[in-house]
Design a protein around this ligand. Structure first.
Ligand code: C2E
Ligand code: MG
Ligand code: MG
Ligand code: MG
Length: 290
């Protein structure tokens, strides 16, 4: 972390400051390199998508998946999305990359539909920057047309931040998506602004409980209280609720006890490559091994 390095450098005196400042230069050089490499990632076929299964807790049935982007660079190896997505957002590349992700996800979903895969929903993450584009809804409509995927099989994951900013334009965009029949969910719910009025106004379908609250289950009483409150609120507003980052059977059980509808996480399955996902739905119709 650059600020911490600088602070430490200042505390340790001038000579050290130069040392750390060289470090910072290296960091910004690396960033520039990464940015340039990212520019070619799509055309050089370095991006791919992985699919994390989502299950209905009541009967353990596979009901959908979250689509997650991966970037493998020939020299740098796997660059995590937590690094390249923010970089793509800062440089505006997220528009082209985000469109590629949407198209690729719908193509794959359409292909699996043809192959007889049960009707799963495909949840695609949308960045706030993409959301600002006036052409976003028509782009999505075009992609659905071209891939033949029914809109009801596409879910878009938004962040609380998207909903809080630019309220007017946001309302219109969400209304258009709803009109098309696309599902809308709020990702990382509970970590953003706690103004809940928008839940009603924006007619979303689903809340995703952030994994930071799931992590403390079943023992942390604060996390448990938050998770229970989110589930109750979601249900009283008629929304579906899914927990993300479920890693243990204990966490799963607490969620079941409290009436959570769906879950995803390493306990069920990691994000899977295309062939792994195909093997999973052919061999295991539900996560309780029946
Ligand atoms: P997210 O949308 O909240 O995605 C959930 C993240 O949690 C994923 O990390 C997933 O691999 C990870 N995860 C799933 N189950 C577990 C678990 O049981 N334990 C733990 N510790 N982690 C789990 P990933 O794939 O590294 O993605 C990180 C973030 O990057 C995503 O968070 C999302 O904000 C962003 N991202 C990923 N793909 C895309 C994309 O295609 N478009 C956009 N705009 N953002 C993306
Ligand atoms: Mg997500
Ligand atoms: Mg999430
Ligand atoms: Mg998250």
């Amino acid at each position: 972390n650059a600020d911490a390095a600088l602070y430490k450098a200042k505390a340790e005196g001038r000579n050290n400051y130069q040392f750390y400042s060289a470090d910072l230069n290296r960091a910004s050089e690396q960033r520039l390199e990464l940015e340039t490499a990212l520019r070619h990632a799509v055309e050089r076929d370095q991006l791919r998508l992985v699919y994390q299964p989502q299950y209905r807790l009541a009967d353990g049935r596979l009901v959908g998946c979250e689509v997650l982007a991966r970037w493998r660079h020939p020299e740098l190896g796997e660059v995590p999305p937590g690094e390249f997505i923010p970089l793509a957002e800062e440089t505006g590349q997220i528009n082209a990359i985000g469109e590629w992700i949407l198209r690729r996800a719908c193509e794959q979903a359409g292909a699996w539909r043809q192959a007889g895969l049960p009707e799963l929903t495909f949840a695609v993450n949308l960045s706030a920057i993409q959301f600002r584009r006036p052409t976003l809804t028509s782009e999505v409509g075009e992609i659905l047309d071209q891939t033949g995927l029914p809109a009801s099989q596409l879910e878009l994951e938004l962040t609380e931040g998207i909903l809080m900013r630019e309220a007017h334009n946001t309302l219109e965009t969400l209304r258009l998506f709803k009109g098309m029949g696309i599902e809308l969910s709020i990702d990382d719910f509970g970590t953003g602004y706690s103004n809940l009025a928008y839940l009603n106004r924006f007619s979303v379908d689903k809340l995703k409980i952030d994994q930071s609250f799931v992590r403390g289950l079943p023992n942390n009483p604060n996390d448990l209280a938050i998770v229970q409150a989110i589930i109750q609120m979601a249900h009283s507003l008629g929304l579906t609720v899914i927990a993300e980052g479920v890693e243990t059977a204990d966490q799963r059980d607490v969620l079941i006890e409290n009436g959570c509808d769906q879950a995803q996480g390493y306990w069920f399955a990691k994000p899977l490559e295309v062939d792994e996902f195909e093997r999973l739905w052919q061999s295991r119709p539900d996560c309780y091994g029946r």
